[in-house]
Design a protein around this ligand. Sequence first.
Ligand SMILES: NC(=O)c1ccc[n+]([C@@H]2O[C@H](COP(=O)([O-])OP(=O)(O)OC[C@H]3O[C@@H](n4cnc5c(N)ncnc54)[C@H](OP(=O)(O)O)[C@@H]3O)[C@@H](O)[C@H]2O)c1
Length: 343
Amino acid sequence: MQVNLSTVREIRLKSRPLGVPTPDNFELVSTSLHAPREGEVLVRNLWMSVDPYMRGRMDEGPSYIAPFELNQALEGTAVGKVIESNDPNMQPDDYVKSFFGGKEAFVAKASEVEKLNPVLPLTVAPLETYLTVLGAPGLTGYIGLFCIAALKPGERVFISGATGAVGSTACVLAKAIGCYVVGTAGSEEKRLWLERELGVDAGINYRAPHLESAVAKAFPTGIDVYFENAGGDQLRVALDNMRTFGRIAFSGSISQYNNTTAPSNNANLHNIVTRKLRAEGFIVTDHLGQFENFHRIAADLIHAGKLKWHHTVFEGISAVPQAFVDLCSGKTFGKSLVRLSSE
Ligand SMILES: NC(=O)c1ccc[n+]([C@@H]2O[C@H](COP(=O)([O-])OP(=O)(O)OC[C@H]3O[C@@H](n4cnc5c(N)ncnc54)[C@H](OP(=O)(O)O)[C@@H]3O)[C@@H](O)[C@H]2O)c1
């Protein structure tokens, strides 16, 4: 596997989208790289993750992470292979994780990339799962349930965004400790995947009519823990079905990320008072020290055939804009990944 240093392509944000991104918001640019100097590595990216939070980075304004800069390569998590190393800690053919996802290849300090030590054979959990169920999204599911919501065996859990990398991991982790788990999905096909493949107790199609009655029927005695990935109507309905002393882990609100005006879903926040709820937001990067614990549990669940994943794969760096368009339009199924090159 070689890299031609004089023609390496990267994908840049050309303009900030209003609502759902369009291909015009991006630009594919050919650049060149210098050969790695002392302490540096040359990496060819294999996979890039296209994540919901990246939509927020396309907007201006303060958040927990800086906006993408215009006319600069997009950042994002990626796995790649070291092609050349001028650092004693990295060897050619090492797999690495990095935040340099918007590039076919890059040169960086070895300290800016992380050597990837697979916890399972790659035939069982391929490289790209370290961007999804075995990566930060999977860890988000673990942290939200156990560190934020303090989930206990036997409780009744409602998980929105259950077909995505965060939600599907959360579903399986909650089932594994004997909880009753209901997840939401955006189509009948995805709902059936939740029930038949992932093994949740019930899937609910949040795009079908009567979300209120479907959730009330699934939780006749109420919800102990709501894992919030969606926002909008799903948050409103979850709040109306929480039990006294229930907990909500606020992971994200994907239905709101393309809004051009302030969200209004008429959620009854007063339920937090009357039902004595605890609601807490979190960002996974504050919990990276938990990766080892999470990996131990996740590896066992993959071995047992319980932790599964669904990915939507886009081919080549020129497909990155379409990956964002499709992710933000609800057309993807599971984590959106771009295969930047094959080994
Ligand atoms: N707090 C943190 O540190 C952290 C870290 C990572 C992710 N997150 C959040 O976790 C959530 C899921 O991320 P992910 O990595 O699992 O993403 P993902 O793998 O790309 O999956 C996207 C999920 O969002 C759902 N979705 C898409 N459009 C939606 C809409 N309009 N309304 C409701 N649901 C919609 C999808 O459901 P269907 O395809 O079934 O419609 C799918 O379950 C996002 O809110 C993200 O911001 C938080």
